[in-house]
Write a protein that binds this ligand. Structure first.
Ligand code: SER
Length: 319
């Protein structure tokens, strides 16, 4: 990787990934791609070039790839699961037509492509405990449908055209920098904001609902390490299960209470998000990622909780 574009650079993952890539690949160019209405600001804007990059506009993307001699595309444009249920056609347009544009440009210009997959690529018939790398994937949400199709299309471009496509299946991602927005796993971020503000948290996911989750520093490392991995070792490509922790709202609330003893939570279950959560794995088996490219998470629930609360206090109260 040398010259990189991050499409969706102002989103939950992109806002942090772009900054880290700029640090690591300081000899090259890391372009912050964004859509109008989600302009980069502050350090993201000041630390490197930014371009309007709408995945639905192939001509615009091709021009950026040419202008900056891009060799790697991080395609993070997506509607998350709950929003995608409200806007299924738009989710399809961004996630599928957008992906096709990117893969075609990458094929023409020889770029590597990372398009994240997700725990959302699994469905109710998938084994929920220790979900294997290769297993049944019949998701019931539009988000999941696009994620499975993303995996298949990305693998197709690799086997048919030799395109260097690689990816991971992200768990719910937890971070204090940029809010996710519209996902089923967002509760695990929102809970920290409520706790640090001293507010009661109203949880939209029922007690006993286990899902894989991951702290953002581990997720960012995964996105970079998979693209840097020795291709000769990769038996899989799109996309690897990666895991670090699995919990339900009760376990998360207990972890928060260890840091903020008076924290209160009650439940108002959102049926749309609950149905999605019920169809997803409780806990994925990530042994293929560990074997094929040395994946290893660094944060567990306790370490993440301390770090989240410390940083949210700084962010919300400028301590
Ligand atoms: N975090 C995503 C969501 O909840 C899943 O990948 O939609």
């Amino acid at each position: 990787m040398n010259n990189i574009i991050v499409i969706g650079s102002t989103g939950q993952i992109g806002s942090e990934l772009t900054m880290i890539l700029r640090k690591i690949y300081s000899g090259g160019t890391v372009v912050a791609g964004y859509i109008p209405g989600a302009e980069p600001r502050g350090a993201l804007l000041e630390s490197g070039p930014a371009e309007v990059a709408d995945v639905r506009d192939a001509r615009q993307l091709a021009a950026i790839v040419d202008k900056y001699h891009i060799d790697t595309i991080y395609n993070l444009a997506a509607l998350l699961s709950a929003v995608a249920e409200r806007k299924p056609l738009m989710a399809w347009d961004i996630q599928m037509n957008g992906l096709l544009n990117i893969l075609e440009i990458a094929r023409e210009k020889g770029c590597a492509v990372f398009t994240p997959s997700s725990i959302g690529s699994f469905g109710p018939e998938t084994p929920h405990m220790n979900t294997p790398q290769d297993t049944i994937q019949r998701p019931t949400s539009m988000y999941g449908v696009t994620k499975v199709a993303t995996e298949l299309l990305s693998n197709y471009y690799h086997s048919k055209y030799g395109l260097d496509t690689r990816s991971v299946r992200f768990p719910g991602l937890i971070s204090y920098t940029t809010l996710p927005g519209g996902g089923t796993t967002d509760y695990a971020v929102d809970i920290y904001y409520a706790a640090v503000r001293g507010e009661e948290f109203v949880c939209p996911i029922a007690a006993g609902t286990y899902m894989d989750m991951m702290y953002m520093p581990d997720a960012l490392r995964a996105a970079i390490e998979i693209m840097e991995a020795d291709p000769a070792r990769l038996k899989h490509r799109n996309a690897f299960n990666i895991a670090s922790m699995s919990f339900d709202p009760e376990i998360l609330a207990c972890a928060v209470r260890k840091e903020i003893p008076g924290f209160r939570m009650r439940y108002e279950v959102d049926p749309v998000r609950q149905a999605i959560a019920d169809s997803w794995p409780d806990k994925m088996d990530d042994s293929c990622a560990r074997q094929e490219w040395g994946w290893a998470p660094q944060y567990d629930l306790a370490a993440m909780t301390s770090d989240m609360i410390l940083n949210l206090k700084k962010k919300l109260f400028s301590l």
